[in-house]
Ligand binder design. Structure first.
Ligand SMILES: Cc1cc2nc3c(=O)[nH]c(=O)nc-3n(C[C@H](O)[C@H](O)[C@H](O)COP(=O)(O)OP(=O)(O)OC[C@H]3O[C@@H](n4cnc5c(N)ncnc54)[C@H](O)[C@@H]3O)c2cc1C
Length: 457
């Protein structure tokens, strides 16, 4: 048995793990990234390949090191196909957006962390987490290329993605770490890379289309004008969809894919929920998908993962410096930074997700078709929007027959705004946490009452 010692052990060579590792290595700390895939396959991740916020990356691995993976930077809007209403909505996407070659992007990330001085152990599957008698996480047990290996570290960073195995292994008894995590808060998704001979007309758009259920959508994202990422997903509180067959059925209906060739297939789960209330425990931090850092309405998680990785590493550095890695309070600032940057917004957006699970898809699509595009864009990315009276009246006239849903949506929006304000006052230290959580739960109770949706948490 080999025992490895590092300041920090990061599990997972995805976006969050690479940003965390690069930040730590840049600061001169010894850091290992443990990845179950081999060196060739690492970085090959199931994804829609749409990179929102492509202009803005944390410093540890700058944009210039990733740009070779940006295959389409000409996308400036979303195209919402609504067959139920025989409508296509063109909606501007705020900020910079790129569609990427995801595997190449994954390799660039690993290259960035490697250049900074992080070590990578591939072919290494983490099987268990080691804890001291007082509950502090002290390391990991793994199988490396078939042989057992042990890791000892001051901090373990869990960057192992959605439904991380590590969290099943840690006893979180006396910590604030969020354990209110269930399958029904995740989305199951699948995508194919499809190549066509003739360029598609919509190579400047992200194409979305609702599935027959409210809590799912199909997407067509153009990596280039002849290479398309086509995929779909559904919220796991619904009856399972036949992802492969349903995608095939939609592809068959679209003439642009008549002679298409499928070159790659991958599926995975992703969290479509609010961010973890707390993602720290003594000696342990979770980042990216492992902590629910995904926009729950779009499924976009790359940007959140990058920033969470950097914030966690910065806090880990401080705690190591102070000799306080076994103290949850010393890691708390990481939670605060996540909530402040994007966590509050994502929590508010989850309210709309909850709303959609309680309504009929045709009703929702009629509503969608009646709301002005720029307002939808604000709601989709900002977590809130303001709709002037004139627009409200016009939308109401267009959606005659759906007024009950509009009234509920309006009430839901007010509740989402209340929730956003509450998340904006996330406690600056561990002491205020339980009171903050109680108040948040009471706002959520109100949301379930307004929407009639089943409780998600
Ligand atoms: C189908 C699909 C489409 C998506 N589309 C988009 C999109 O278009 N845009 C967007 O921004 N986001 C999208 N996302 C979400 C995005 O991919 C994730 O949010 C992002 O990859 C999260 O990064 P991460 O580093 O947290 O985790 P991951 O990228 O999942 O990395 C986790 C790593 O941990 C490794 N690992 C797991 N368990 C172990 C273990 N026990 N031992 C060792 N290693 C382990 C895995 O092999 C993996 O390499 C999509 C997700 C899915 C599933």
């Amino acid at each position: 048995m080999t025992t490895h010692q590092y300041d920090v052990a990061v599990v997972g060579a995805g976006t969050s793990g690479c940003y965390a590792a690069a930040t730590l290595a840049d600061a001169g700390r010894s850091v290992v990234v443990i990845e179950r895939k081999d060196a060739e396959e690492a970085g090959h991740i199931a994804c829609g390949d749409a990179l929102k916020g492509a202009s803005d990356f944390p410093d540890a691995i700058p944009k210039s090191q990733l740009e070779s993976a940006f295959t389409n930077t000409g996308v400036d809007h979303g195209r919402f196909e609504i067959p139920q209403e025989d409508t296509v909505l063109e909606i501007p996407v705020p900020g910079e957006l790129a569609v990427i070659d995801r595997w190449e992007y994954g390799r660039c990330l690993i290259g960035g962390a490697n250049d900074a001085g992080a070590q990578f152990h591939y072919d290494t599957v983490v099987k268990d987490v080691k804890q001291a008698d007082d509950g502090t996480v002290t390391g990991l047990s793994a199988i490396r290329k078939g042989d057992p290996a042990e890791y000892e570290a001051d901090i373990v960073i869990d960057a192992a993605g959605a439904l991380s195995l590590l969290q099943d292994k840690v006893t979180f008894e006396d910590s604030t770490f969020d354990t209110n995590v269930r399958y029904s808060q995740f989305c199951s998704a699948y995508r194919e890379i499809v190549e066509v001979d003739e360029p598609v007309e919509w190579d400047d758009a992200l194409v979305f289309k609702p599935t027959e259920r409210s809590a799912g959508y199909l997407w067509y994202f153009p990596r280039t004008d002849t290479e398309i990422n086509a995929g779909l997903g559904f919220q796991m509180n619904e009856e399972p969809m036949e992802l492969v067959d349903d995608l095939k059925a939609d592809l068959r209906q679209r003439e642009e894919f008549a002679d298409a060739e499928v070159t790659d297939k991958l599926g995975a789960a992703l969290p479509t929920r609010r961010p973890y209330d707390s993602a720290v425990a003594p000696g342990y931090m979770a980042v990216g998908d492992a902590a629910g850092h995904v926009n729950p309405t779009t499924g976009g998680g790359i940007a959140g993962a990058a920033y969470a990785g950097q914030y966690a590493a910065e806090q880990a550095l401080e705690a190591i410096e102070d000799g306080r890695t076994d103290d949850e309070s010393a890691l708390w600032e990481y939670n605060v930074n996540v909530m402040d940057h994007f966590g509050a917004r994502y929590a508010a957006l989850d309210v709309y997700n909850i709303f959609t699970t309680a309504y009929d898809v045709d009703d929702l699509m009629a509503l969608l078709a009646a709301i002005p595009g720029e307002k939808l864009a604000e709601a989709l990315y900002g977590g809130s929007t303001s709709v002037g009276l004139g627009l409200k009246i016009r939308a109401a006239i267009k959606t005659f027959g759906h007024w009950g849903t509009i009234r509920d949506l309006y009430q839901t929006k007010k509740a989402a705004d209340r929730l956003l304000a509450h998340y904006e006052s996330y406690p600056s230290d561990r002491d205020g946490f339980e009171a903050w959580q109680r108040e948040r739960d009471s706002i959520m109770d109100g949301i379930y009452e307004i929407t009639g949706a089943d409780a998600k948490y």
